[in-house]
Design a protein around this ligand. Structure first.
Ligand SMILES: Cc1cc2nc3c(=O)[nH]c(=O)nc-3n(C[C@H](O)[C@H](O)[C@H](O)COP(=O)(O)O)c2cc1C
Length: 196
């Protein structure tokens, strides 16, 4: 199973970093697979640890992809690193092994500590829409425009039917980014606002 989480890490000098990452659960192992180059990869190799944050605030996912990384953090309980202050739960990981690869190394980790901070209140289709749209935004230069447009049109249905203010704000950030990308790529802008 792959969990879409926010991975928080710190550099050797303590500079924190956040990135959405799909973390693969394989028995007791947590696999983090960053594409090179990656600050998350450098930080985990420097400190030997990472934290996965299970948050239902999808603005953090969309924010990281649109230059909004300034989310409140607190020190992790057991490892050298940080976690999101507002997260439903977090798991602190220790690096066991690096399976190196020139494109996408595998960081094999194990959990050394976890804690629950708030209740899971249920699923919301708007959250799915924002997470999927965040993935599309992270691949704007890799995917055909037609596929991006089709997928966003589908994701917008669930968003418009079910979203709350957090999901709508996150969606807005992403659509602004898509509009800017379209303009820079020479496509006409059909949806979303322009970035200033
Ligand atoms: C839900 C979600 C899952 C992602 N999973 C991965 C992943 O497994 N590996 C990866 O390299 N990037 C992934 N990304 C994209 C990264 O978050 C983004 O490219 C980030 O900048 C990674 O680079 P960094 O470690 O330098 O921050 C994901 C993005 C989203 C929205």
């Amino acid at each position: 199973m792959i969990l879409e989480t926010i991975v928080t890490t710190s550099s050797a000098d303590g500079t924190p970093h956040l990135a959405p990452m799909g973390v693969h659960l394989s028995g007791p192992e947590y696999l983090i697979l960053p594409f090179r180059p990656s600050t998350t990869l450098s930080n985990i190799l420097a400190t030997g640890c990472a934290v996965t944050n299970a948050t239902d605030d999808v603005r953090v996912f969309a924010g990281c992809l649109t230059g909004r990384r300034d989310w409140p953090l607190v020190r992790a309980d057991c490892v050298k690193g940080v976690r999101l202050m507002h997260t439903l739960s977090h798991t602190e990981l220790e690096l066991i092994r690096l399976d190196d690869d020139p494109v996408r190394p595998r960081l094999v980790c194990r959990a050394v500590h976890e804690a629950v901070h708030g209740p899971f209140t249920g699923f919301n289709r708007g959250q799915l829409s924002v997470i999927e749209a965040s993935i599309l935004v992270s691949r704007l230069d890799l995917l055909p425009l037609e596929k991006i447009e089709q997928e966003l049109a589908f994701l917008r249905i669930g968003l418009e039917k079910t979203a709350g203010p957090r999901e709508l704000e996150a969606w807005d950030w992403l659509m602004t980014r898509v509009a800017t990308w379209r303009r820079n790529a020479g496509w006409s802008v059909t949806s979303g606002a322009e970035e200033t």
